[in-house]
Ligand binder design. Sequence first.
Ligand SMILES: [Zn+2]
Ligand SMILES: [Zn+2]
Length: 334
Amino acid sequence: MNDTAASVSGTTERDPKRGRKIVLIIVLSLLLAEIILVRFHPDTVAKLLRRNPSYPETIHQAFKPDPLFAPFPESVPGDWISTHPEPGQTFDQFVSGNWNRHGENGKDKLHIIPMGALRAGWKATLEPVREFVEAFFNMPLVIDRPLTDPERIFTSRINVNTNFPQLLTTDILKFLMENLSSDSYCTIAVTMLDLYPDDSWNFVFGQASLVGRVGVFSLFRYDPSFYGVNSDNAEKIIFRRTLQVLFHEMVHMFGVYHCVHFNCLMNGSNSMEETDSQPLFLCPVCLRKLHHLAKFNPETRYEKLKNLYEKSGLTEEAQWLEKRIAVLKKKQGL
Ligand SMILES: [Zn+2]
Ligand SMILES: [Zn+2]
């Protein structure tokens, strides 16, 4: 009946639609406002982020949530948070962890140790990796002499599913802790071999010791061909994944736990698919923690990273940073 009535008069036909649109807009606005109020409510944010009165306002602006930071994703069966329920870590909890200060006792460099043979493509990316890591952490990166024959040094096994050798991560972490350079703030070993943390696990992408400030990660499963996918973008995909795991593991070594507050580089991951869905940037809470130790200028850091992403063809990341820089400039009235 309503359809017939609406079709009789052209004018009255448009009015209900306009009415419905207005109602829809109001409902959506209220929902959005509620989401923003709940997620970005000053009390919630204050609990996660503590203002430092000695910082200029421009620095605080970089830690203010804005819509460019998506919420923590809805959990799906089998993802990290459904299998590893973690409470997250507020800024105060992070500070009370009393992690080593940037540069203290001469420990002012990040280290990478290539372990075993690296694929030719990856060797060529070592220099770009250095530039990215140095911009991300505001610290120099040393690429150490490669460690040959890791299978002879560390406990290994053949994975029954892949028939490829795997190295035991705990052995590697112990070795790294015992052989730390005196200037190492943290040291990461990188290998093309697969890894496992314990006999009961099938594999692990990487593992880090927050206390020992050492970590190891594997590129074995980062090549799309491992999953039977032939991609023209394989090198770019591997490079993005390499940056992501390096940033993620190194941020852990600054004492930052997994993030449950936003969609963030520091979210935990159970699969390559979950990792690929996560961003290469830190949410305001994790950025605030890293800044506490690494003391960078947030905007300058964003600028440096944006230029590097542009140079490497990682356009999505470059565009996100461009938007963030614009937000910061707007807040400063520039
Ligand atoms: Zn992690
Ligand atoms: Zn975060």
